[in-house]
Write a protein of this length. Structure first.
Length: 207
């Protein structure tokens, strides 16, 4: 059996790629799957999360590796033979450096914060993914329920040439808090709606 590759990509920085990657990983772990994380972003936020997690617990539960753009295919081929899921966190760009991570993907998740600027920034990533023949899922992130802007962004996102996740990740402090602790929201001491948001999204993405 060959593992499934989930690439998280967005041209604009600060859209929540790493938050989405780690929470998908933790949710998959809690289902009993084996998971590897591959960080291709020079900023290294995913690596910082993993190191914090290692300091916190004897067994972090996930494998972690890094790769430059040209090394993504090689790393993926190795990891897919061992792990059920490989999750790739990518740098904020939409150019040739992103293409290897898109080529390896079974599905591409594109987080979009509740702003028109973030929405506009999806176009380059969606175009590259489309050329690679990959399924894309736009995920609305840091949403605020009941706002006019939120309604506008969702309506505009629905017009994109991509699947749009029904599940949304709301603008909750717990996402940032758990990230800084090397955890996912489903591992937070106090259970809340964020964990349910992630689980609902996971159901949409992988079933």
């Amino acid at each position: 059996m060959v593992g499934t590759v989930i690439t998280v990509a967005q041209q604009k920085g600060g859209a929540g790629k790493t938050t989405l990657a780690v929470n998908m990983a933790v949710a998959l772990l809690r289902r009993g799957h084996t998971v590897a994380l591959l960080d291709t972003d020079p900023q290294g936020s995913l690596g910082r999360w993993f190191m914090t997690r290692r300091e916190r617990m004897e067994d972090p539960g996930v494998e972690f590796s890094t790769a430059s753009a040209w090394g993504v295919s090689y790393e993926c081929e190795k990891l897919k033979k061992i792990y059920d899921y490989v999750i790739i966190d990518t740098p904020p760009k939409a150019d040739s450096d992103l293409r290897p991570a898109l080529r390896e993907a079974d599905v591409v998740l594109v987080p979009v914060s509740a702003s028109h600027v973030d929405l506009w920034a999806t176009e380059g990533v969606l175009d590259l993914a489309r050329r690679a023949g990959k399924r894309t899922v736009v995920v609305l992130n840091r949403t605020k329920a009941g706002t006019k802007l939120g309604t506008e962004i969702r309506a505009a996102a629905a017009e994109l040439d991509s699947d749009l996740a029904e599940a949304q990740l709301a603008n909750r402090v717990v996402y940032a808090e758990t990230l800084g602790l090397g955890l996912g929201v489903q591992e937070a001491a106090k259970k809340g709606p964020a964990g349910a948001e992630v689980e609902t999204l996971l159901l949409e993405v992988v079933g």
